[in-house]
Design a protein around this ligand. Structure first.
Ligand code: HEM
Length: 440
């Protein structure tokens, strides 16, 4: 049964409840592994009890499309997993709902247009050039580097520069603390302290009549549709905090996995570096407009996002009763959609666990256009998709071009990497690697 967004949904009387495990999920087990095991047993949809909620775990592009696109209004609210974030961040874009979410989404969107992201190129390039120089120095002195940590602090610097621009120095120290902290009560307190600093920055900018092309500046210029009012400062602070949290660990996670994947797939790395050398003959940072020409590098990024999607779980709550295929979805049911499981679904992706960037070569059979729309959704889909997708893609690509052009990172650890499904898909241990200068 299909219905367009917003239309009334009538549920068939003979609709059934999907099968599923009798035992509730036990938090002792990794949730992603548990979901995978049950997917192998029950298939594309099953019912389960997770953290005391009734959950349908769905793993087909069509069900995902129903929830995220066709009936998005009935599934606008996120599941309880997101409520923990809301406790610390307040009602920022990730956790707000209803009219507040609509208003905020409209007001923040201008910060992420192509033009706005182009204006943030220097904020992305500067910390990545500094990282490249540090890793080159490590290569010369034959020292190893902690890729996981270095990538994380570089991405944090990029994110803070993009949001706060010239006011970076006023927030950097506090944010470096929350980057290291687990998401606990202290984290909530640090968020409160940071919100005060952000409000102070906004007041100073207004007093000094200082306009800025950073994300905070764009959000301060935004006006709502109804009354033409700016965002209140408390909301501005919440949104800025939300953007740091949403943009930092996600992007750092995928870059961490990319370096691991490249170290394990020399053929892919060589092909990518050949492209970079051809299109980037000298060490000057690539221009914003040239990014689209690095076809293979972009396939590598896409394949990394497929195999290790940072945000491996999306959750939604059904406002009214609904239906997924032949199954009834009672009001209040939580829906779990995992980009990780969808993007490794054996029916959709041949050799799903293999790292093969060429599968995104548009000319090849089985390439992107021929797969169902949501078989690939690392940035989500529909009106609640990732607002920072374009920014993240530009950042990932600039990082890779700047660093891979002159450096190879060798990984000597004999163990194959393991994932930990925290809020983001992390590596169980930090990747310690040996940078090596490339011979030209
Ligand atoms: C590789 C990097 C990133 C990945 C994989 C990623 C992934 C996602 C996904 C899957 C969602 C949808 C969640 C859901 O439907 O429940 C999302 C939402 C969001 N992302 Fe990202 N993200 C990334 C980077 C960023 C960046 C750089 C920013 C901002 C600077 C950002 C800001 C947000 C925000 C604010 C939302 C909530 C949007 C809303 O509910 O309207 N993300 N992201």
């Amino acid at each position: 049964m299909k219905a367009s967004a917003g239309s009334a949904m009538t549920t068939a009387t003979n609709a059934r409840i999907p099968p599923g495990p009798a035992e509730p999920y036990s938090p002792k087990e990794d949730l992603l592994r548990w979901m995978q095991r049950n997917f192998e047993r029950y298939g594309d949809i099953y019912r389960a009890s997770v953290y005391g909620s009734d959950v349908y775990v769905v793993n087909s592009p069509d069900y995902a499309e129903h929830v995220l696109l066709r009936r998005w209004q009935n599934f606008l609210r996120k599941g309880q997993a997101v409520k923990r974030i809301a406790l610390s961040l307040g009602n920022g874009l990730i956790s707000s709902n209803g009219p507040l979410w609509v208003k905020q989404r409209r007001m923040i969107q201008p910060a992420f247009t192509r033009e706005s992201v182009a204006a943030l190129r220097t904020a992305i390039v500067t910390p990545n050039v500094a990282l490249r120089d540090r890793w080159q120095a490590a290569a010369r002195s034959n020292s190893s580097v902690n890729v996981t940590q270095d990538v994380s602090s570089t991405v944090l610097e990029v994110t803070l520069l993009a949001i706060f621009g010239a006011d970076y120095g006023r927030v950097a120290a506090d944010f470096h603390i929350i980057a290291d902290e687990s998401r606990n009560l202290e984290f909530a307190q640090t968020c409160n302290a940071l919100a005060k600093v952000i409000i102070q920055i906004a007041e100073d900018r207004r007093r000094q009549d200082r306009d800025a092309s950073d994300i905070l500046g764009t959000m301060m210029r935004s006006r709502d549709r109804d009354g033409g009012r700016p965002m209140p400062d408390t909301q501005l602070a919440r949104e800025a905090l939300t953007l740091v949290i949403a943009g930092h660990e996600t992007t750092a996670s995928v870059l961490n996995w990319i370096w691991y994947l490249l170290s394990r797939h020399p053929r892919v790395e060589q092909k990518m570096v050949a492209e970079i050398r051809e299109l980037l003959p000298d060490a000057a940072p690539p221009s914003f407009d040239s990014l689209g020409r690095f076809t293979y590098t972009r396939q590598v990024i896409e394949e990394a996002l497929r195999t290790y999607p940072p945000l491996w779980l999306m959750t939604r709550n059904a406002k009214a009763a609904d239906q997924l295929g032949e199954y009834l979805v009672p009001a209040g049911t939580e829906i779990y959609i995992s980009p990780y499981l969808l993007q490794r679904h054996p029916r959709l992706w041949p050799d799903a666990d293999q790292f093969t960037p060429e599968r995104f070569d548009a000319g090849r059979p089985g390439a992107e256009g021929q797969r169902p729309r949501l078989s690939m959704c690392p940035f989500g889909a529909g009106p609640r998709n990732c607002i920072g997708e374009f920014f993240a893609r530009v950042e990932i690509q600039l990082h890779l071009l700047l660093i891979a052009r002159g450096l190879h990172l060798r990984y000597d650890d004999p163990r194959a990497a393991e994932t930990v499904a925290a809020v983001n898909l992390l590596s169980r241990w930090h990747f310690i690697m040996q940078p090596q200068l490339r011979r030209w």
